[in-house]
Design a protein around this ligand. Structure first.
Ligand code: CA
Length: 371
């Protein structure tokens, strides 16, 4: 199958449960795969960047594996391994690239050192929400563009879940203005950290397991992680109670599945179809799981005495301004980055206009008046 055909098929077979289920009847299924080929037994290993305790994020790899097995009558099996078990958690992309494992599940912005444009496969500050990201990937040209990036790494990427708009994190003291951020020590990775650095924050990069003790002994004044369901497990509310929102640096971070290109090419077409559909199911399923689990988690946190606090407007405005400056600098330095950036910005402009109309008006009225 030509690569372009694959991309088109993948991009059109994945919106909503009906389209996912229809994956097996997409045009290329007319390839007439010999029956002996469909009975081939295949076993793959998938390296995740995430720990098993993060059941929503890590769980997407298990959903994918279960669905692939079910769709192939148990003949194509994928075994998922948590971060660190096969390869270091933040080296999943390299492990898939070299074929150490056939598949990975990770967040592409971990690899922005290899190519800064990988950030667009996850999120950038003041970027797209989960819904918008899926729109851009599946029907707005985004997946074609990110696949051009991953092709250089011998990888085919599939959207693999989203957390939705994240929370801004946990702060020891109240942050009422831009001045209150200056000199603050905060754990925040990636582009959000770069922006915070420009706003005067002393940015710390520490892994998930090290955050709680650092917060407890006062080595950091603040930390971000994800949202109520995941944050509750890490227990930050037992130390600090100011829970800020929104996490403007992660308005809809997308996770991704990576498939080694050579491994992909050895798969029978119907196994490729099964994997494509399973990835799409895992992608939309993660957001649904968060949408079911974050609301009660937030209620539990509030019952524990947590205070919800919005970031001050001057903080949001300064952060947005610095975010755009940083992205413009990257775009000015690299033509490939510019190509993706331009598509992203154009999509965002139209999406914000549309989502800022009926969606926002309804949410602003109905959500605020909810009891
Ligand atoms: Ca985060």
């Amino acid at each position: 199958m030509k690569r372009r055909d694959f991309i088109t098929k993948a991009a059109t077979g994945v919106a909503g449960a009906g389209a996912i289920a229809a994956g097996c009847s997409s045009p290329d299924s007319g390839d007439q795969v010999p029956s002996v080929q469909t009975k081939k037994n295949v076993t793959w290993r998938l390296a995740s960047s995430f720990s098993r305790s993060l059941d929503t994020i890590y769980g997407a790899a298990e959903v994918l594996a279960e669905r692939v097995s079910a769709l192939t009558g148990g003949r194509f099996r994928i075994r998922a391994y948590p971060g660190g078990e096969l390869v270091p958690a933040l080296e999943v992309l390299g492990a898939v690239q070299t074929g150490t494992v056939q598949m990975g599940h990770s967040a592409s912005y971990y690899y922005d050192g290899k190519n800064p444009a990988f950030a667009f496969d996850t999120c950038v500050p003041f970027g797209l929400t989960a819904r918008m990201l899926n729109g851009w990937f599946y029907y707005g040209g985004g997946l074609d563009l990110t696949r051009e990036l991953f092709a250089d790494f011998n990888i085919i990427n599939f959207p693999g879940g989203n957390t939705g708009v994240q929370m801004g994190g946990w702060f020891r003291r109240e942050i009422n203005s831009l001045d209150d951020l200056k000199g603050l020590t905060m754990r925040i990775p990636g582009l959000g950290g770069k922006v915070m650095d420009r706003l005067g924050v002393n940015v710390q990069l520490i892994s998930g397991g090290e955050i709680f003790p650092a917060l407890e002994r006062g080595a950091i004044d603040a930390t971000e992680w994800a949202g109520p369901y995941d944050d509750e497990k890490l227990g930050f509310h037992k130390i600090v109670q100011n829970y800020y929102y929104p996490g403007w640096w992660e308005p809809g971070p997308g996770l991704s599945f990576y498939v080694n290109r050579n491994a992909w090419d050895t798969l029978p077409t119907d196994y490729q179809e099964a994997l494509t559909s399973a990835a799409a199911e895992a992608n939309v399923g993660m957001m649904a799981k968060y949408d079911a689990q974050n609301p009660p988690a937030l209620q539990r946190l509030l019952a524990e005495g947590v205070s919800l606090r919005p970031f001050a407007r001057d903080i949001l405005e300064a952060a947005r301004s610095e975010s755009f400056n940083i992205l413009e600098d990257f775009a000015a330095a690299d033509a490939q980055y510019r190509k993706i950036f331009d598509s992203f910005v154009e999509f965002r402009r139209a999406a914000y206009r549309w989502m800022g109309t009926a969606e926002l008006a309804f949410q602003d009225f109905a959500f605020r008046s909810a009891t």
